[in-house]
Design a protein around this ligand. Structure first.
Ligand code: SI3
Length: 300
């Protein structure tokens, strides 16, 4: 079985005034590589609040991640925007800063209505970064674009020669299975519903990309290793623990604000508050979740 990849979808560090704080990116990389065993990041995605950032802020962040991660970890930069022009600008920038790959979600103000419309849109973005591996970022719960990923990627290599796979953040495992079974082996499917990673792996995902791997990376690595060793009991045990933590977090209204604060408590990194409209998490709530984290995961 080929190596399976674990990708952390990074939070955006802000200062107390909600301005981008680049000084935390070096320590963030050290934390992920040394403490969590994570060797790939997905920058400026959902967790990174990308659609709440300006194009200039996204460029600053992507550049700093690529600069500081060089030789240490792989950087996939999400360049999806509501405007094709902005996405193309970010894609060109990703080439300049030597990102390892780009990913693009469907625009979701004026939504593509068909797989063909979405494929043509993705092609236009890919043309701005023709040398970079390209991933489609499928996250219908956020975009409201419910075109099955299987339909989006049908014959897509004819339009995007550097197409390399899907970041699949959806619970529809039949769609995932159909993507896997209809795709060439060199494509990767990174599963993005952390609560059910094991199910995604069973369906043929090549790895995982999600927010919780910022602070549960070492455990997710163990889950993946157990799966590879066909030790399903052990893999399930770890998955159930992750579910227990997220179920506790959901009782406190688990959202980006809670998630970011949990990462701050666990890692000690100064990531700041989320940006409006996301509200910061009340301290008492996150203390309860962090306590649960330590109960369930006393060590790496
Ligand atoms: C809707 C959402 O934010 N999904 C997360 C998951 O990692 C999610 O936080 C996790 O499964 C907990 O619910 C990722 O799929 C998103 C992601 O990877 C990103 O930040 O781009």
């Amino acid at each position: 079985m080929a190596d399976k990849k674990l990708v952390a979808a990074t939070f955006t560090p802000f200062d107390s005034k909600c301005e981008v704080n680049l000084s935390q990116i070096g320590p963030y990389i050290d934390y992920l590589t040394k403490r969590q065993g994570v060797k790939s990041v997905f920058v400026n995605g959902t967790t990174g609040e990308s659609l709440s950032l300006s194009v200039a802020e996204r460029k600053m962040l992507a550049e700093e991640w690529c600069k500081k991660a060089k030789g240490k970890m792989e950087v996939i930069v999400h360049v999806g925007c509501m405007s094709l022009k902005d996405s193309q600008e970010l894609a060109r920038h990703a080439v300049e800063i030597q990102a390892d790959a780009i990913a693009v979600m469907a625009p979701f103000f004026l939504k593509p209505k068909t797989a063909e419309a979405l494929r043509l849109y993705l092609q236009e973005v890919a043309l701005a970064a023709p040398i970079l591996p390209f991933y489609y970022y499928h996250i219908p719960a956020i975009t409201g674009v419910h075109v099955p990923a299987r339909d989006v990627i049908a014959n897509i290599q004819e339009l995007i020669p550097m197409f390399r796979g899907v970041k699949f953040s959806d619970t529809d495992l039949m769609d995932l299975g159909q993507c896997v079974s209809s795709s060439p082996p060199q494509w990767s499917f990174l599963y993005g519903v952390d609560e059910q990673l094991l199910a995604g792996l069973a369906m043929g995902a090549d790895g995982a990309a999600g927010s919780t791997y910022n602070y549960l990376g070492c455990h997710a690595n163990k889950l993946i290793a157990a799966f590879k060793n066909c030790d399903l009991d052990r893999a399930r045990e770890i998955q159930f623990k992750l579910q227990e933590l997220l179920s506790c977090a959901r009782n406190f209204g688990f959202d980006l604000g809670v998630n970011k604060q949990l990462m701050i408590n666990v890692s000690g990194l100064l990531l700041g508050p989320p940006r409006l409209p996301v509200m910061p998490c009340p301290p008492s709530n996150v203390q309860a979740i962090a306590k649960k984290y330590l109960e369930i995961f006393p060590e790496c």
